[in-house]
Design a protein around this ligand. Structure first.
Ligand code: ATP
Ligand code: MG
Length: 593
């Protein structure tokens, strides 16, 4: 087994897939472009959905990359040995090109060949789809694993819940997967399998084979163009290669945890509680740094709210370790140091990242101060010696006052807190907010309907018009979110846009619509696109190929699509709202009538 650093593992991954004739593409932003169904990019396949659905990718049919991912749904697992809210996914894709035979052989080669990871094949176990009424048992994948030398007893057949990818309950592409695990040879009982959560098996890589299309009648038709989508967790793989107990002891985390140790004067290994607190702090600060690096600012909605909660939770855990306010930026600086050579955006935005975190910490400090006043008031009214769950929950919900602080302060005054009642209310609240959150996390497949395509084209025209009307070089797209009903567009600009200016923007867009220009795209390198004056939010690096959409002389923008065929199809463009989104960022909502 090769003891690799994170830098070595990233470059070995791209080297391996280059040798298999793959184009290496950049990591997309953590904020999905044009997909309102999810808040964050959760896997390498996510930004590639249009191409997995059949659109030709400018870089070809074989792609690989290292993708930044955020999974807020894993937050309760953070602090265990293998889950983080942010992680890097090593991925490769076949868009209607190679399939199971090549992919499984390559997975085996990358994992076991001494030139790559050099893992002993006896430490590997794999799972394949066991088959059901919709689709047959994946004996093909199992046969390939066996031919490569994985013995039958370490090939596990598991049901859809474990080994199937596809939109649940929806129509669309889907298929079986095969997952690769490290077998720690310490099964909990004779029936232990990778489906068991005793910890004996650690999933490191997942190869998805999109081979069926689920029709509206619930039939699984074989796809003509079959795709492969794989994802391997960088941190988990490092944990195995570096022989560590958890991802938090690998080289990407060591300097960050060391900084927390220094600031707190405590040791990571002092107690289980301290280990867990330090893992949570390191994870949350790391995720926050990457989010801000991709343009998120703390707020009370959507991505900004997730960021706010991560930062505040990290600060709370720092308090538990008796670290004073002002320390979190030092941890953030350490995160940037670890990643700045692999992720240039962190280096470029270092000052902004630190500043946003500092400001959020100050806001939280103030909130805590108001909460303290409220706490004193409450004690003044109190009859008896117990603070009710309702009052404790109000302190939490309205003043951002964590329960443990209420309990500590109460104890100082010889008071108790009805914690049980607090948790009942807390749970109720969580269920309510999770119902909303799950709506947003469930997504995956972008909406390619005609209505969204038209609004997407309108967004390009409006982007151009905003730059022209506001005559400001600082006008730059910060984000966009399109549903079938409306478009939402965030851009940098440091004052409200006036009514007259909005009318001019509308007029320019409607003129472009009247001109009925053809909407066409050409593929070229980023450098060529920029030379032509293309605008747009994109994450490709210089030299990399991108799609450039033109709408006559009315717009030229780097973008993946989808779009309408002509501007004439768009109908009438109307701005319905202009407001502030965050400091220095305006938000416009508009519709097509
Ligand atoms: P698990 O069941 O262990 O949470 P998963 O099924 O959610 O894993 P996939 O969606 O298949 O994982 O993601 C592909 C790979 O990404 C996994 O094999 C793993 O190596 C890595 N991965 C997934 N979630 C996380 C996470 N929260 N933190 C770190 N790595 C992760
Ligand atoms: Mg998971």
């Amino acid at each position: 087994m090769n003891n690799l650093t994170s830098t070595q593992l990233r470059s070995l991954w791209t080297k391996f897939y280059k040798s298999k004739k793959h184009a290496i593409i950049s990591s997309a932003s953590l904020i999905p472009e044009n997909d309102p169904t999810v808040l964050f990019t959760t896997a390498g396949m996510h930004p590639l959905v249009p191409y997995l659905m059949g659109a030709p990718h400018p870089s070809g049919k074989r792609l690989a990359n290292v993708q930044k991912c955020v999974r807020t749904g894993d937050i309760d697992e953070v602090g265990d040995s293998s889950h983080c809210t942010f992680f890097e996914m090593l991925g490769n894709w076949s868009l209607g090109d190679y399939f199971k035979k090549e992919q499984i052989a390559w997975s085996f080669e990358f994992l076991t060949d001494k030139k790559y990871l050099g893992l002993d094949k006896d430490r590997l176990a794999v799972s394949v789809f066991e088959g059901d009424k919709d689709a047959p048992k994946d004996t093909e994948s199992a046969g390939i694993w066996e031919s490569l030398g994985i013995p039958r007893e370490r090939i596990f057949y598991l049901p859809k819940a474990n080994n199937w990818w596809g939109p649940a309950g929806q129509t669309g592409p889907c298929g079986p997967d095969t997952e690769m695990f490290i077998d720690f040879k310490n099964p909990c009982n004779a029936k232990c399998s990778p489906a068991c959560d005793c910890g004996n098996y650690l999933e490191i890589w997942n190869d998805v084979f999109m081979q069926y299309f689920k029709t509206a009648d619930g039939i699984f038709e074989p796809l003509k163009n079959k795709n492969v989508d794989t994802g391997m967790g960088l941190e988990r793989t490092l944990c195995i290669l570096q022989g560590k107990k958890s991802v938090y002891e690998t080289d990407v985390f060591v300097p960050i945890i060391a900084q927390v140790e220094k600031l707190s004067g405590k040791k990571y290994s002092d107690s289980d509680d301290i280990t867990k607190a330090m893992r949570i702090i390191a994870d949350h600060v790391r995720t926050s740094v990457f989010m801000i690096g991709d343009g998120v600012a703390p707020s009370n909605v959507d991505q900004g709210y997730v960021l706010r909660r991560l930062l505040r939770r990290a600060i709370r855990y720092l308090k538990k370790l008796e670290v004073d306010f002002g320390a979190i930026t030092k941890i953030a600086a350490e995160v940037i140091k670890v990643y700045k050579s692999a992720y240039i955006e962190l280096k470029e935005q270092q000052a902004k990242i630190i500043d946003e975190i500092k400001k959020e910490e100050e806001r939280f400090e103030k909130t805590l101060a108001t909460g303290l006043k409220e706490f004193d008031k409450l004690c003044g009214y109190l009859q008896g010696d117990t603070i009710s769950g309702k009052a404790a929950f109000r302190l939490y919900d309205t003043f951002g006052f964590p329960l443990e602080i209420t309990v500590e302060l109460a104890a100082e005054k010889g008071l108790k807190v009805n914690e049980e009642d607090f948790y009942v209310r807390f749970k109720e609240h969580q269920q309510k907010s999770q119902a909303g959150a799950e709506q947003k996390f469930k997504g995956g497949l972008a909406d390619n309907s005609e209505a969204t395509s038209r609004l997407h084209s309108a967004t390009h025209l409006m982007h151009r018009a905003l730059k022209d009307v506001l005559k400001d070089d600082g006008v730059a797209q910060k984000g966009s979110n399109i549903t079938a009903e409306r478009l939402r567009f965030d851009f940098s600009f440091n004052r409200p846009v006036t009514k007259d200016e909005l009318a001019l923007v509308e007029a320019q867009v409607n003129n472009a619509i009247k001109a009925n220009a053809a909407i066409e795209f050409t593929e070229m390198t980023v450098d060529e696109a920029l030379k032509m004056g293309a605008i747009g939010l994109f994450s490709a690096k210089y030299g990399e190929k991108v799609k450039v959409y033109t709408m006559g002389s009315h717009s030229i923008e780097i973008c993946g699509g989808p779009h309408a065929a002509t501007t004439g199809e768009l109908g009438e463009f109307k701005i319905i709202k202009e407001e502030s989104s965050s400091a220095g960022v305006r938000r416009i909502k508009a519709v097509l009538k």
